[in-house]
Write a protein that binds this ligand. Structure first.
Ligand code: XMP
Length: 477
């Protein structure tokens, strides 16, 4: 484990795809060749040591053993390139695997290195060591980034941006990202930050109430709860396309926030008239967006593709009046949790599984209706409750139920039923860029399945999702 920001900076598929393009350029420059492989490669693979050149050639992999697990490409990146470096130009290859003879290369005299896999993701267990070698030993950087310093710098950056009177509003969902972002804003500008919890009608069972209580009690943040479920559900009516759902939810969020901002400003004006202190306009909207959201939402030129439009990126209105403030934009989930702990956010909040902005709308695979939301809320609640009871919640990175838009035949008593199917998902991951499905004790799954089919009206079948990311994503939509 390398406690350095340098490594984090490299943990970006943006940089990986840029370096891939760079490697291809270098390769061509040095009389190598770049061509597409015949077979696509995804997920787990192994790199093997084949041959060593002279000098610095093994600097990246020293002491890491003869074989290394690694992950080839992220889902959606359908470009397994096979590049053949110009070995006559001083490029001995020194790692290879079955389908990709040049999984890694290094120049034998110049400081030029190339890798074709993703060292930054969880599925490349020794990837961090590779990045560390490159950044610290080869580039000679120092590991001097600390979270404490990040807090100090970010707090003063926020104060500078907002000025002495500016106000910020931001959504809180009870998830770790928005909670940490809200607490950081509160540290920076106190009550000039207004947290808004929007009930969009696609939250988990009793979530609005629970989150309200937790945030009020534990964080002391200025919090308003807005019930906008009718508005969201009416706009979502009949929509099945996941990107469309995300956009509608993102846009509606902004409409609700702008209305709330106007109310806050009106209240401040009134206070000022009564002789209170002038406190300025609501100019900013806080977004708890993390680095993986940035990466997966942006389409790069070249060998990359937009994977999902995360609502907090893709659903923003073009004519939005509020400006964005995104203090977590460069952090990964594990770093956000570390930040939360440093900001004294209670462990149950810091450890909460992430919950996506578009909520249950992207876990209902068909059209979103109140009835479908109710079915999914109940099934999800049974599932999460059982995981907590089995003391597994903190071993799992994210767990949730998905409502499938298909009906299956079943039998209840002596009656034939024709009802919907619930899929259960649970993954383990550090960075959410790659993830493994979680292996439950069979007893736990049995209990969950039995409770869901007995207690949730409209469901007669439960399945468990055994797909890793890649090639699947964590969410089904
Ligand atoms: P995927 O499905 O992209 O999920 O593998 C990775 C992580 O991102 C969350 N996710 C979202 N979060 N808006 C969000 O705020 C979204 O549209 C969205 N889609 C996925 C997902 O829950 C997981 O934690």
């Amino acid at each position: 484990m390398i406690p350095t920001r340098h490594m984090q900076i490299l943990r970006s598929s943006n940089l990986v795809s840029q370096s891939l393009a760079f490697a291809m350029d270098c390769s061509v420059e040095l009389q190598g060749q770049v061509a597409k492989c015949e077979h696509r490669e995804y997920g787990h693979a192994t790199v093997q040591r084949t041959r060593f050149g002279q000098g610095s050639v093994d600097a990246l992999f020293e002491d890491l053993g003869d074989e290394m697990q690694y992950s080839i490409v992220l889902p959606g990146l359908d470009v397994p390139w096979r590049s053949t470096p110009g070995s006559s130009q001083g490029f001995p290859c020194y790692r290879s695997n079955r389908d990709c003879p040049f999984a890694a290369v290094a120049h034998n005299t110049k400081p030029i290195y190339g890798i074709q896999f993703h060292p930054e993701v969880t599925h490349s267990p020794k990837g961090k060591a590779v990045i560390s070698r490159f950044v610290l030993s080869i580039c000679g950087c120092r590991a001097n980034w600390t979270m404490e310093e990040f807090i100090g710098k970010e707090v003063s950056r926020i104060r500078d941006i907002c000025g002495p009177k500016g106000r910020v509003i931001g959504a809180v969902s009870g998830g770790v990202d928005s909670t940490v972002a809200a607490k950081l804003m509160h540290e920076a500008i106190g009550n000039r930050f207004h947290a808004i919890m929007v009930d969009n009608g696609v939250l988990r069972l009793n979530e609005a109430k629970q989150v309200h209580e937790m945030l009020n009690k534990d964080l002391g943040v200025n919090l308003t709860v807005v019930d906008a479920s009718d508005l969201f559900l009416s706009r979502l009516e009949g929509v099945e396309d996941p990107e469309q759902k995300r956009k509608i939810i993102g846009n509606t969020f902004i409409n609700v926030f702008e209305a709330e901002a106007a109310k806050i400003e009106a209240a401040a004006e009134e206070e000022e008239k009564q002789g209170g202190e002038a406190k300025g306009l609501v100019e900013w909207l806080l977004q708890g967006m993390l680095y993986p959201d940035v990466i997966e939402s942006i389409s790069f030129k070249g060998p990359s593709a937009t994977i999902k439009t995360h609502h907090n990126v893709g659903g923003l209105l073009k004519d939005m009046k509020l400006k964005l403030i995104e203090p977590l934009r460069e952090l990964f989930k594990d770093e956000v949790r570390a930040l939360g702990r440093l900001l004294s956010i209670p462990a149950p909040l810091v450890q909460r599984h992430p919950f996506p902005g578009p909520g249950l709308a992207i876990r209902i695979l068909g059209p979103v209706t109140r009835e479908q939301v109710k079915i999914l809320q109940q099934a999800d609640n049974i599932y999460i409750e059982a995981i907590r009871r089995a003391n597994l919640y903190n071993h799992i990175s994210q767990a949730f139920a998905v409502l499938l838009p298909v009906k299956a035949v079943g039998v209840m008593g002596d009656k034939r039923t024709y009802e919907q199917v619930i899929a259960l998902r649970a993954v383990q991951t550090e960075d959410f860029m790659t993830a493994d499905w979680y292996v439950f004790p069979a007893e736990v799954l049995k209990r969950i399945s039995s409770r869901i089919t007995n207690e949730v009206k409209g469901v007669n079948r439960v399945t468990y999702d055994i797909s890793s990311k890649p090639p699947a994503t964590v969410e089904w939509l």
